[in-house]
Design a protein around this ligand. Structure first.
Ligand code: SAH
Length: 346
């Protein structure tokens, strides 16, 4: 049993050559591939247009690893949080966020996280492993079905803002997105996908050079180095100046506007110095700001600033013609809110 490969780790070409080696027609490989991806099939027995004999051969050689919804919670505001069990009994969380005009999937890229953002619940877990491309794809496919079942429409957007740092699992995230956007997968537009990073500059440069078609969000939270180093200690190795250069490169290559995610906390970044630094930071390359409402975690040092301070941020940004949106917290009653995902997983 243990030696069997996950059939979904094979590309279509690899699967086709397996079929050819076994004297089976190539078009059958294509049909199996469709069952595995487009139809998210969970067992070989569901592949009704594949002969029993071929199914037996596949069963002897391969397994189909797939995710399972282990727990499911629906919030008063319609947000659905899924605790997702992986094949090796590890867990991640994936969230469906319905709003008036959109249904958004918030998906995870790693089990745990290796970064140390002080305000984030996931950082309290270690990074246990990277998610595979199929596990990334499956989260989106699962949430897409939920969106159809509960809200009668497919997903409109996907954000990599669940557990983990997507740019530290770059290859698998790229492979997962390829599948999500491919015609043999879910056929979603990359323009509807946003990858959020805490600011791994080298990887932003690589993404730009790879000519990716999805959007980039950077968790900035402070444009003052000292503050950023305090609340996100790992950033001592990732200075703001490098981040600036990487974002400049990103824009020059992709012509896509970066979004800065920004939380305002009492006594951390609630003064004019921080407001001015953010306005300044937004100017070197076209950008917009998403002010995120803070969801409290067990770390009591972080408390959301008052509306009055947030309004001062908005005024300053608007005066400088920098687009700003506010992201209200969703799914608070079920801990599905941003940065809280790891709270009750164990
Ligand atoms: N590692 C990536 C993606 C996962 S976190 C990143 O840092 O961007 C997704 C977003 O949630 C980030 O902007 C992060 O700073 C924010 N976040 C973390 N904890 C939060 C909390 N408790 N409340 C609100 N947002 C939080």
């Amino acid at each position: 049993m243990k030696n069997k490969n996950d059939i979904r780790s094979l590309t279509l070409d690899e699967l086709t050559s397996f079929f050819q080696k076994n004297s089976l027609p190539s078009y059958k490989a294509k049909q199996v591939y469709e069952w595995l991806w487009k139809k998210s099939c969970l067992s070989f027995d569901e592949m009704t247009n594949i002969s029993l004999e071929t199914r037996k051969l596949l069963k002897n050689k391969f397994v189909i690893n797939h995710i399972n919804i282990d727990r499911f919670q629906k919030s008063n505001d319609g947000t659905i949080k899924n605790a997702i069990a992986l094949f090796d009994n590890l867990f991640v969380e994936s969230v469906l966020i319905p709003t008036k005009n959109r249904t958004t999937a918030c998906v995870s890229s790693q089990v745990g996280c290796s970064l140390d953002c002080e305000f984030c619940a996931t950082s309290k877990m270690d990074r246990i492993r990277n998610l595979n491309p199929d596990e990334i794809y499956d989260q989106v496919a699962t949430i897409n079905s939920q969106s159809l079942n509960y809200y009668g429409k497919p997903l409109s957007n996907i954000v990599f803002m669940g557990m983990g740092e997507p740019l530290l699992n770059y290859n698998n995230v790229i492979e997962g997105i390829k599948k999500i956007t491919s015609k043999t997968g879910l056929g979603m537009s990359p323009k509807r996908i946003t990858v959020s990073t805490s600011g791994i500059s080298k990887m932003i440069i690589k993404m730009a050079d790879d000519n990716v078609k999805f959007n980039l969000a950077v968790s900035l939270h402070s444009a003052i180095e000292k503050t950023r180093n305090e609340i996100m200690p790992f950033t001592k190795k990732f200075p703001l100046n490098d981040l600036k250069q990487a974002i400049k490169h990103w824009y020059s290559k992709t012509k896509k506007i970066v979004t800065y995610e920004y939380i305002v906390w009492n006594n951390i970044n609630d003064d004019d110095e921080h407001i001015n630094a953010l306005v300044d930071f937004c100017k070197f390359s076209p950008s917009k700001v998403n002010l995120i409402e803070y969801n409290s975690t067990e770390n009591s040092l972080f408390n959301s600033a008052s509306d009055n301070i947030i309004d001062r941020y908005i005024d300053a940004l608007e005066k400088n013609k920098i687009p700003v949106t506010i992201r209200k917290s969703r799914g608070k009653d079920i801990d599905a809110a941003c940065g809280q995902l790891a709270n009750k997983l164990k």
